[in-house]
Design a protein. Structure first.
Length: 279
């Protein structure tokens, strides 16, 4: 076999190895959740997140994107970010709700599958990638749930905590625990919504805004080193809220613009009548 053919095959295999790592992490998370080992189960989902980011970037850098890679990546994502978080949250929170808890966990998994199916169909149809995601990306949804579990596990440990924590956030862990069922429904709806979310795949540090984002990423990285579990939860939660607030802001601006144009048109239509009235 020619050397260039071997090299090309190796380039295509490399992203798939990281996708396999993503799938393996999701599978291990399910096993650990079943056995009530919630902290390693949550970390496994976050590891799958990293694997998912790396395989896509390697595929783009090496120009080794393929239909097989897209399909395999989505199947791995469904396990790691759809099924694994559903089982984890059922074991941690939702099992106390009996059938409604099962329904919420199932709804999350179904919404994740629909989100991935829509992403795949758009990736095939669109020649140029969109500058934003349509709906909350499923890895982000899984990241919120997994990072919550990590912070809540620290809260339950109490005085036995060895990791550094943010006291303000830890005091609110019971609130997040009691709100987790509606939050999972919200995450599920956001995944299948049309709300745009930021896409960082084309981050170019030469652009001023991208440089500012890079600085924020560095600061976030330092906070993760200092307060790993809490900071990861905050980052994912801020990302979730960014899409909602951005959507509300754009809706308000469009509505304001339409009202302004309507008033101008109304004034323009009424001006002749006003002149006739003065005559």
């Amino acid at each position: 076999m020619p050397m260039n053919m071997k090299m090309k095959r190796g380039i295509y295999i490399l992203p798939s190895l990281f996708t396999t790592g993503n799938l393996a992490a999701g599978f291990l998370s399910i096993i650990w959740s079943i056995h009530s080992h919630f902290t390693p189960a949550a970390w496994a989902i976050l590891v799958a997140n990293i694997m998912d980011m790396v395989d896509g970037r390697i595929a783009r850098w090496t120009k080794a994107t393929s239909r097989f890679g897209i399909e395999y990546d989505s199947l791995a994502d469904l396990v790691s970010f759809g099924v694994a978080p559903s089982i984890l949250m059922y074991q941690v929170v939702l099992h106390t709700m009996n059938r409604p808890g099962i329904a919420i966990a199932l709804f999350y998994a179904i919404a994740g599958a629909l989100r991935l199916a829509r992403f795949n169909s758009k990736a095939i149809e669109e020649e140029t990638p969109s500058p934003h995601f349509t709906g909350l990306p499923i890895p982000a949804g899984a990241g919120i749930l997994a990072s919550f579990v990590l912070s809540y596990q620290l809260f339950e440990e109490g005085s036995e905590i060895t990791a550094k924590t943010i006291p303000m956030l830890m005091k609110r862990m019971p609130f997040f625990f009691n709100s987790m069922a509606p939050l999972m429904v919200l995450i599920s709806l956001l995944m299948i919504s049309n709300i745009p979310y930021a896409n960082f795949k084309k981050l170019k540090l030469s652009r001023p805004k991208s440089l500012q984002l890079f600085i924020l990423i560095v600061i976030g990285g330092l906070l993760i080193i200092a307060y790993p579990q809490n900071t990861i939860f905050i980052i994912f939660l801020v990302y979730l809220l960014s899409g909602i607030t951005g959507y509300i802001w754009r809706y308000w601006r469009i509505r304001k613009s339409l009202l302004l144009s309507f008033r101008l048109r109304k004034n323009a239509d009424g001006s002749p009548q006003q002149k006739d009235g003065h005559q």
